[in-house]
Design a protein around this ligand. Structure first.
Ligand code: GLU
Length: 356
């Protein structure tokens, strides 16, 4: 999964963005880029390859700004190259957007926008977002983003800037993580905590469907219904090394060695007085007895955990279990019936306040 960072404040924006993206490198990516506003003018720099390539380019063609957004991309639509790298700009270059996720109805939106005369520079699904924001923009970036996300199907964490509103960043998320970091008049957006931890420990985890509007007056968060939401910042107790590799030379080693502590932590909340305890599970014991098959639907590591789960569950429950790739499962017509129990695994997201 790729990375997002955004910043408005008095610090050196380029440094905040590049340092933030460096902290997110572990997520994997194929290209990177930043867009900045200075004195009402947008500049953008994006390159295929590692952040080192972007840094070299920055050394040759320095840019600066007071507000900026940055991205490491993991291509889903369009080859990894300089043009498809984020940020994407509106025609005329006043608006810039970065996006994590997939816009599933991008073809229909692209056709609609092309009929209106919009020209597309990239092959990405993301580019429809910036043209939609442009289409709806009437002098208020928040309104334009609110209208835009109503048109999007799929998953997204986006942050958007407009050169006519120099110190403002609007971010929104659905099914892709996005957090807001606050520190006095400074505000940060990021896809994960390590990106901003050296600047602030006060973090707001945006909920699905929420929009955050950051300006020199502070930040405001709105729920999917457009009403103000009250999300209190949580204090993150990790230091950067905890949030990153935890002293190991590779993330894989860190994840392997963390397993005993993490499992203990997870299980301790689920075993009460020697009984297995799932407070939020509403399946009754007699319903469990009717289950004739179990599907574990997940991706990546969670899918591999599902393969292990198959062995464990089958050996204890004596019910057939299969593990399935979520990306295949959702587009198939899977053989499930009312007696199939489905487990949906999700990617691990560093968040301490959400129970497993
Ligand atoms: N779907 C977008 C693209 O291909 C975003 C990919 C990502 O999450 O990095 O550009």
């Amino acid at each position: 999964m790729c990375g997002i960072i955004g910043y408005t404040g008095k610090k050196n924006v380029v440094k905040v963005l590049i340092d933030g993206l460096t902290r997110l490198e572990y997520r994997g990516y194929d290209s990177s880029g930043i867009a900045l506003i200075k004195d009402g003018k947008m500049s953008v720099l994006k390159k295929k390859g590692k952040l080192a390539v972007l840094k070299e380019e920055l050394a040759k063609h320095p840019i600066s700004g007071t507000t900026g957004i940055g991205h490491t991309r993991w291509a889903t639509h369009g080859a990894p190259n300089d043009v498809n790298a984020h940020p994407h700009l509106s025609t005329g270059g006043k608006i810039a957007v970065v996006h994590n996720g997939i816009i599933e109805n991008y073809r229909a939106l692209k056709e609609e926008l092309q009929k209106k005369g919009y020209k597309f520079a990239s092959e990405t699904d993301t580019e429809v977002i910036v043209h939609l924001v442009n289409e709806y923009y009437d002098g208020d970036l928040l309104h334009a983003v609110q209208k835009t996300i109503k048109r999007l199907h799929g998953s997204y964490a986006i942050i958007v800037i407009h050169q006519d509103e120099e110190h403002r960043i609007v971010g929104a998320r659905k099914d892709s993580p996005l957090i807001l970091g606050v520190k006095g008049k400074e505000c940060f957006f990021a896809s994960d905590v390590p990106a901003i931890l050296e600047h602030t420990k006060e973090v707001i985890f945006l909920e699905n469907g929420e929009i955050a509007d950051v300006s020199p007056d502070g930040y405001k968060i709105f729920g999917p219904n457009g009403k103000r939401a009250v999300n209190k910042p949580v204090m993150i107790n990790w230091d950067i090394s905890q949030a990153e590799k935890g002293g190991y030379s590779h993330f894989m080693l860190k994840e392997i060695f963390e397993q005993p502590a993490i499992l203990k932590d997870i299980f301790s909340k689920r075993i009460v007085k020697n009984e297995i305890y799932f407070e939020e599970l509403c399946i009754k014991p007699d319903e469990f007895k009717k289950i004739t098959s179990i599907a574990i639907v997940a991706c990546g590591t969670a899918y591999h955990a599902g393969l292990t789960g198959k062995y464990l569950i089958e050996s204890i429950a004596r019910v057939p279990v299969w593990a399935d790739q979520a990306s295949e499962f959702r587009y198939r017509d899977p053989l499930v019936d009312k007696n199939t129990l489905l487990f949906f695994g999700r990617a691990h997201f560093l968040r301490q306040d959400v129970p497993f």
